[in-house]
Design a protein around this ligand. Structure first.
Ligand code: MN
Length: 445
C-alpha cells in the first residue's frame, strides 16, 4: 500500500526538475552502553513512504522519472547468528517492491548517476550524512517535511482501515480494564490486563507510555509510574493505546474505582462528558479546532459553576482564563503514525499565547480524512490552585472551601478518536462513557 503514499508524494513535486528526495530509516537503538536492544520502531516518515520495518535502510526518490531506489544493508553471517535469517536481494525486492533495489555500498554511485540539481531532505542530520557523498548539490530542508506532513495529515482509505483496527482492539482492551477495576487492585495490574488484550490481538507496540492513574495521580498529565494500589472512593483514569501497522490508537476513560461516582465526582464527570459530546457533535469540515477547544472550556466552566467549584458568569470565567486552571491542556491533536501526529501547525499558523490555549497541539480547520482526538479534561492540581487562591483577582472566581476539599480529587479526562468525514465524523471509540453504562458494566462482576 505504500506505493500509494509514494504516488501522493510524487504528485506534490514538479516533474520538470531534476531533483531527488533522500530519506534514511531508523537504526537499532541500545540502552546506554550495553547490547540491550530497544524494540525496533521504524521512523514514521520512512515507514509511510516504504513500509520497510527493519533497520539501516535508505532511499532516493527520482522526482523526474518518479522512480524509487531502495538501499538495503548487506548483512553478514554474524547478523544471522544474532538476528536470524539474512534476506537475499530477491527477497527484499519481493517484499518492498522498489523500482530499483541496491545494497547500500552502491549509494554514492547511484546518487552520482542521478546527478540531481537539488536534494530534498527531512532534517539536518540526514543532510549531514548526505554531505559525506556529495558536497556540491544544494540540499533543501523545508519542502520535504512540509510535503510528507501534508500527505500524512490526510489519510488514505487504507490508512483509515489500519486506524479502525487499532481502535477495535483498543475498545476491547479498555473495556476489559473497566471490568477488572476494583478497590485494592494495583495500577500496574490493570496495565497488565490492558497489555494482555492488545498483544493477544496481535498488537505488539504501545503507541505511547500508558497512563494508569488512580486518586490524585489522575491529575498528573503524563503519570507513568503506575505503581499505586487503588483505593475505595478513588477515581481511576486510563489513557492508553497500541498501534496497528504503525497507526496509533489513543483513548482515555475515567471511572470510579468502587463502581459508583460520588456527588462531586459525578458533577465534574458530567461537565467533561457534556463538553466532549457537544464538541464531537460539532465536528464537520471547515470547523476550527480552537473554536471546539473554547466551546469545550465554556461548557466545562458551566459544569464547575453548577458544582459550586467556581463562581461568576461563564463569560467572566472565560475572559479571565479561569478555565485554564482546571483545563491546562489542549482539546485534542492529530492522530496517525505518531500519537501526537504531524501537521498541527502548518506554516504561518502560530500557537496562541494565552493560558489555556497555548498547549493546543493543532490549530487548523478540520477536513475529511483527518483523524483527531477529542479529549477535554478537568483536574484539581494543588500546584496551580493554591497560588490561584492567594491571588485576589483570581480567588474571586473560586470557591475556596470547596476547592480545598478536592485537593486529592485527581482529574477526569474522556478521549475519543474521530475521523473527519465529508458530512461530519466517524467515532472510532466504543468504550462505556455514560455514567450509568459504566456503573452497570462494573456491577456485572
Ligand atoms: Mn491523546
Amino acid at each position: 500500500m505504500n506505493h500509494l503514499h509514494r504516488e501522493k508524494l510524487f504528485s506534490l513535486f514538479d516533474e520538470d526538475q531534476q531533483a531527488v528526495v533522500y530519506m534514511r530509516g531508523a537504526e537499532l537503538m541500545y540502552r546506554h552502553n550495553t547490547d540491550y536492544e530497544f524494540p525496533f520502531r521504524q521512523e514514521s516518515n520512512f515507514w509511510y513512504v516504504t513500509g520497510v520495518n527493519e533497520p539501516d535502510f535508505h532511499l532516493l526518490l527520482d522526482l523526474q522519472k518518479q522512480e524509487y531506489h531502495l538501499f538495503a544493508p548487506k548483512r553478514d553471517a554474524q547478523y544471522a547468528v544474532w538476528h536470524g535469517r539474512v534476506k537475499s536481494k530477491e527477497q527484499y525486492q519481493e517484499e518492498y517492491n522498489p523500482d530499483h533495489l541496491h545494497y547500500d555500498s552502491k549509494f554514492p554511485q547511484v546518487l552520482k548517476e542521478l546527478d540531481p540539481e537539488i536534494i530534498y531532505c527531512l532534517d539536518e542530520e540526514q543532510a549531514e550524512f548526505l554531505e559525506e557523498f556529495d558536497r556540491q548539490t544544494p540540499i533543501d530542508l523545508d519542502v520535504l517535511p512540509e510535503a510528507i506532513t501534508h500527505c500524512r495529515v490526510f489519510k488514505t482509505d487504507w490508512e483509515l482501515d489500519q486506524m479502525r483496527e487499532a481502535a477495535r482492539v483498543n475498545n476491547i482492551a479498555h473495556t476489559e480494564v473497566l471490568k477488572a477495576l476494583q478497590p485494592g487492585i494495583y495500577e500496574y495490574e490493570l496495565k497488565a490486563i490492558f497489555n494482555y488484550h492488545q498483544i493477544k490481538n496481535g498488537l505488539m507496540q504501545d503507541a505511547y507510555n500508558g497512563i494508569f492513574a488512580s486518586g490524585s495521580n489522575s491529575a498528573i498529565l503524563h503519570y507513568v509510574e503506575n505503581d499505586q494500589q487503588i483505593k475505595d472512593g478513588d477515581l481511576f483514569l486510563i489513557d492508553a493505546g497500541f498501534e496497528h501497522k504503525g497507526y496509533a490508537s489513543d483513548f482515555t476513560r475515567t471511572y470510579p474505582a468502587n463502581g459508583s461516582f460520588t456527588a462531586d465526582q459525578a458533577a465534574v464527570y458530567e461537565a467533561v462528558l457534556e463538553a466532549q459530546k457537544q464538541v464531537i457533535e460539532m465536528i464537520e469540515p471547515e470547523v476550527k479546532m480552537e473554536l471546539l477547544h473554547m466551546q469545550a472550556a465554556r461548557t466545562m466552566m458551566q459544569g464547575l459553576k453548577d458544582a459550586d467549584i467556581v463562581t461568576g458568569s461563564v463569560d467572566d470565567l472565560m475572559e479571565n482564563d479561569i478555565f485554564a486552571l482546571f483545563f491546562p491542556h489542549g482539546l485534542g491533536h492529530f492522530l496517525g503514525l505518531d500519537t501526537h501526529d504531524v501537521g498541527g501547525y502548518p506554516k504561518g499558523v502560530d500557537k496562541i499565547e494565552r493560558p489555556g490555549l497555548k498547549y493546543l497541539r493543532m490549530r487548523r480547520s478540520l477536513q475529511p480524512g483527518m483523524v483527531i482526538t477529542i479529549e477535554p479534561g478537568l483536574y484539581m492540581v494543588p500546584a496551580l490552585l493554591k497560588p490561584a487562591l492567594e491571588d485576589v483577582n483570581i480567588a474571586a472566581f473560586l470557591n475556596k472551601e470547596k476547592i480545598e476539599s478536592l485537593y486529592d480529587f485527581g482529574g477526569v479526562r474522556i478521549e475519543d478518536n474521530i475521523i473527519v468525514t465529508e458530512d461530519g465524523y466517524e467515532n472510532l471509540t466504543d468504550v462505556p462513557k455514560e455514567r450509568d453504562e459504566i456503573e452497570k458494566t462494573m456491577a456485572r462482576k
